[in-house]
Every structure is written in C-alpha cells, then in structure tokens.
Design a protein around this ligand. Structure first.
Ligand code: DGL
Length: 256
C-alpha cells in the first residue's frame, strides 16, 4: 500500500475491515511529499522508480497506489513496468454522480490531480450531465499529516483551504463532495463542519478495498512476520505515527 504520506492509511483502514488476514507493507514516500505540488514528470519518475525498487525488495503479490495524485498520473506507466496487479485510487466521481440530487458536485484534490486528463475522462464518462466543480486544496495535506501525529487541527486552515470552492457560482447547490485525495478523509469531521452537515463526502476507499479482495480471491494468506510500515523520509517524523499505525495492525516501522 503506497502513498506519499499518511493518506493511504484511509485505504488501509477500509482494507483491514474486509480483508483482515492479508499481510501489508505500508510505504510512505515522505521524502517526496507533497506530490500535489510536483510536475507530472516528477511524480511519474518517482512513483515508477520507487515502486520498482520496492517490488524487487518485498515481492508483493499486489500493489495498491493509495494516492490519487500518483494514480491519475502514473497508474498506466506502473502497470506497464510491473507484472503484478496494480490497484489505483482515482477520484470517486462515478459514485458521487449516482448520489447527487442537486446535480452539483464539488471535488477536492491536489493541484496536480485536478488538472489530469484522467479526471476529465471520469467526468465525461460519469458526470457529463452534472456540474463538477474542481478545487485544489493542497492546504489540507499538512493538517492531515499533523493530525495523525497527534497535533490539533486549526479550523481556520481548513476553512481557508476550501474557501475557493464555496465561492464558485452555484456552490450553494453542492450536495456531494468527492474527497479526491486520500489524505482528506482524515479530516472528515473538520470538512463536514465547513461544508455543512447535509453535504455527502465521498471517497474511494471502500471500492478500492473491494477491488483488492476481488483480485486476491481464493488466495491463502499467512503472516510470517509483523506487518510493517516503511518510509523514504525522516524516521523521527514517521515514528510519531506509531500509535495510529498500531491501530491498523502495523507493528514495525522501518526506513526504506
Ligand atoms: N495522498 C495524496 C493523494 O491522494 C496527496 C498528497 C500529496 O500531495 O502528496 O493525492
């Protein structure tokens, strides 16, 4: 399970609920965080390179890229170079389009995600009869990282990060918001207070977990060592996540 930081833990939580026996290595590219501010070429090179090296070292039977930015940019390339199933995380526009009653959907993602043609294609395929208001909210990534390390969340920072969405024409009709960055569900309560209690917040975690179950169906799982988390970044920063990681059954923390 791969992400730039702690965001992928929202996908891991969903996976644990339906596939508790699968051994998992959680990989956080903290040295590369935030992906949302990088160019397409930078993200693609980083993700392909790291996943190639990780696959060689750990021999996973499946990789989940639990990051919308990495998936919308590099999913195809990673699939081309690795011969194992790769499950991506892409904005949950399809379920949001099925849920909205007003026909106006908000989408919060990183700067890089919201400009991807992958998102244009999802919009064309599933929401062509809806109004999709995309908004880059990079200011939500750091508070999500900090929250999981036990720091308080500053509500004004969350308000500031989504203000631009709420200022758009017809924003008052938004009844569904796609959380198109895996970090954002970690701030679900805070976002719900800013966006309004009646707004449905949709993310892809459950769907991704179901996809992993489908792709590993019938395969036996046996754990020979504790599940671990690895990082490319500062170990001290990563260690502060130990309690949250333990809640998800990850008992060992290592440097990559
Ligand atoms: N978790 C990543 C995503 O889903 C984004 C965080 C970052 O900017 O690295 O897009």
């Amino acid at each position: 399970m791969f992400d730039s930081g702690v965001g992928g833990l929202t996908v891991l939580a969903a996976l644990r609920r339906i596939l508790p026996d699968a051994p998992v290595i959680y990989a956080a590219d903290l040295a590369g965080l935030p992906y949302g501010k990088k160019t397409e070429a930078e993200v693609a090179a980083r993700v392909c390179g790291l996943l190639g090296r990780m696959a060689e070292r750990y021999h996973p039977r499946l990789i989940c890229i639990a990051c919308n930015t990495a998936s919308t940019i590099a999913l195809g390339m990673v699939r081309d170079v690795l011969e194992i199933p790769i499950v991506g995380t892409v904005p949950a526009i399809k379920p949001a389009a099925a849920m909205t009653r007003s026909g106006v959907i908000g989408l919060l993602g990183t700067e890089a995600t919201i400009r991807q043609s992958y998102v244009d294609n999802l919009e064309r395929e599933f929401a062509s009869d809806k109004l999709l208001l995309r908004h880059a909210a990079p200011g939500l990534v750091d508070p999500a990282e900090a929250k999981l390390r036990g720091n308080p969340v500053d509500a004004t920072q969350i308000e500031r990060a989504v203000a631009g969405l709420l200022e758009r024409p017809r924003a008052n009709e938004i009844d569904t918001v796609v959380l198109a960055c895996t970090h954002f569900p970690l701030l679900r309560d805070e976002l719900q207070s800013v966006l309004g209690r009646d707004v449905a917040l949709v993310d892809g975690a459950e769907g991704i977990a179901r996809r992993i179950v489908a792709l590993t169906e019938g395969q036996p799982f046996a754990r020979s060592e504790p599940d671990s988390a690895i990082t490319t970044g500062a170990f001290g920063q990563f260690e502060r996540l130990a309690r949250e990681l333990a809640k998800l059954g990850i008992d060992e923390i290592r440097e990559f």
